[in-house]
Design a protein around this ligand. Sequence first.
Ligand code: COA
Length: 215
Amino acid sequence: MAEIHVVCAKNRHLYEDVMDDYFHARHQIYIDERKWTELAKPDGREIDQFDGPTTVYIIALEGRRAVGSQRMVPTCGPTLMGDVFPQLAAGRGLIRHPDAFELSRMFVVRDRRGDAAKPGIESLVMAGTMEYGLAEGIRQFTIVMETWWISRFLNMGWKVRPLGLPVDIAGMNCVGVVLDVTMNAWRETLRSRAVEGEVLVWNGLEPPHATSKVA
Ligand code: COA
């Protein structure tokens, strides 16, 4: 089973090889596969303005290979919704507070998708994301996403609420949402996705990170 690691500025020196693989994987997925060609980079590493010192990565590792991930940034800094797609929050307004983080770049590499072996990588990353939120006292996640995610999130207990009407962005039907980080959402994620409990590896991180507030 993949291990689900927390990587942030404090322990990134332990993951430089992984991060290189991770940014290459993003390029393959978002530029080569999804054809978001405006993100293309000459060195084949998809890095943008939201990959900074305050960014946290939940990375699924098989050995040292990054096979899936979720990215999180604090909403008090630059965010995709605030800086690039503010029209998605035109209804209820942008969320910017210290205990709200924005999720983005959720992916699983092509050859590891699907739930052939339960729990699948996507399920482990989602469970790890909610676990991280609870452990770090995050109250809300915001997301810029395509609308096809809505039923997937609702089915695993993530009660997403729209911040505005859906908007067509480059042919994709997108919506800005917010959801609460709750013990119930975490438990429902585990139940619906056959994940047995805590999944996060806090390698090289000092308390309070290493202190599980989840159990
Ligand atoms: N549009 C519509 N539905 C999509 C989709 C897309 N672009 N990508 C995935 N899905 C749906 C699949 O059709 C499938 O539905 P089904 O279960 O009813 O058959 C379901 O999501 C599962 O997708 P799958 O790719 O088989 O497996 P997964 O659960 O392991 O991974 C993703 C899901 C989204 C993580 C994976 O497809 C992926 O990494 N995609 C590329 C990255 C991406 O687009 N991320 C979202 C934007 S950040």
